[in-house]
Design a protein around this ligand. Structure first.
Ligand SMILES: *Cc1c(COP(=O)(O)O)cnc(C)c1O
Length: 388
């Protein structure tokens, strides 16, 4: 019998109609930002309750623009999490401000809101939460903190399209609620443009400024009018990428549902193969009091300190079993740039423990129903072999 094909931790799925649409854009004579970007923005706006939306070349540019829209620059502090893709904190430094990193909640692995409140000081201008693996934080509490302290909120919802919050005060899709909300459509995200992003804004004035910051700060009128009042970047999305995103959006609900089904199969596999008894921590099963995840990732936390060779040995054994895994993410305050700013090991103990031990298992809609069981069995087998 042939071994099953290698199972990557994720894989994008582009349907034939989308491939044809991309070809039509390429043949049209207009391949950069144009009608496809506008149509993509309009569809996204529908998903986000009619709020203004602008598309960008990636989800890092969206956050840099969001920080500039919020007036954040040198001398300012922005509070964010240490367990995220480095882009989240890098953009804060890119605009000249300082990332105040706080610890994560060990159960949700998201930013600890009590730690956020404790970190607020006279220089704090904004809170930048991340919805790791798509799981929202407590939005009622987040916005109550922001209101109480007069802070802007820039949501790094890069992973959270299709996620929802059903709280006491706020209810709706992530992106529909709140202040500035940033999404990424990078290749691994639930909805992809290959590369892309979008920013959900509060009003048309803010949206027009976002448009200018997206393209060199240029304002145009008439046939030949042009002015630059503040410099912007080169952050526009192309129609080629927008055509990919437009082909994905109609599948959003089906993608989210399929991911939920696969997550359920993972929990069943975890029970069948005794993962908890091996000291492996699972994600929150369904929702944390109102937070409904889109299952962007299914992540376990390994008993890494008790495993010979740690997480890397588990990843190697799974790779040999034909199973791809990922690390999302190492605690970012331990990277050289952040250590040189004064961050130290021991300051954020939960982030450090999770950063060493978190492991992303395969999860994407085209997986077979049998795959979560195969992954769970292989994970149990190799952890048993490596436990000391
Ligand atoms: C993907 C991602 C980003 C960056 O998005 P890009 O489109 O790759 O620039 C930022 N933050 C988080 C949490 C992400 O997952």
């Amino acid at each position: 019998m042939n071994a099953p094909a290698f199972l990557p931790f994720t894989r994008p799925e582009i349907d034939a109609a989308t491939i044809a649409d991309v070809g039509a854009v390429l043949a049209s004579g207009w391949i950069t930002s144009g009608p496809k970007v506008q149509a993509f923005e309009a569809k996204l706006s529908e998903i986000f309750g009619g709020r203004p939306v602008r598309a960008f070349g990636n989800g890092t540019a969206t956050m840099e623009v969001a920080l500039r829209l919020a007036g954040i620059g040198p001398g300012d502090e922005v509070i964010t999490t240490a367990i995220t893709w480095v882009a989240t904190a890098n953009v804060i430094h890119a605009v000249g401000a300082r990332a105040m990193l706080v610890d994560v909640d060990p159960v949700t692995r998201n930013i600890d809101l009590a730690a956020v409140e404790a970190a607020i000081g006279p220089r704090t201008k904004a809170i930048l939460p991340v919805y790791l693996s798509g799981l929202p934080v407590d939005m009622d509490r987040l916005y109550a903190i922001a209101r109480r302290h007069g802070l802007r909120v820039i949501e790094d919802a890069a992973q959270a399209i299709g996620s929802r919050w059903v709280g006491r005060e706020l209810r709706g899709a992530i992106g529909q609620l709140g202040d500035l909300v940033s999404f990424s459509f990078q290749a691994n995200k639930n909805i992809t443009c290959a590369e892309g992003g979008c920013l959900v804004l509060n009003d048309e004035v803010e949206a027009e400024r976002a448009e200018r910051l997206r393209l060199q700060g240029v304002k145009r009128w008439g046939l030949d009018g042009m002015e630059v009042e503040e410099p912007g970047g080169k952050f526009n999305l192309t129609d080629i990428n927008a055509a990919i995103g437009l082909g994905q959006l109609p599948h959003l609900d089906a993608i989210t549902a399929r991911r939920g089904d696969l997550a359920r199969l993972y929990f069943e596999a975890a029970t069948r193969h005794g993962l908890r008894d091996l000291g492996i921590e699972l994600p929150l099963p369904t929702q944390a009091a109102g937070a409904i995840t889109n299952w962007h990732m299914f992540q376990v936390v390994l008993p890494a300190d008790r495993l010979a060779g740690g997480r890397a040995a588990v990843m190697q054994a799974l790779k040999e079993a034909g199973i791809g895994t990922g690390v999302h993410y190492p605690a970012l305050h331990l990277f050289k740039f952040y250590r040189e700013l004064g961050w130290r090991e021991g300051q954020l103990p939960q982030a450090e423990r999770i950063g060493r031990a978190i492991l992303t298992l395969p999860l994407f809609p085209a997986m077979d129903d049998a795959d979560p069981d195969r992954v769970g069995a292989a994970l149990a087998r190799c952890c048993k072999a490596l436990l000391t």
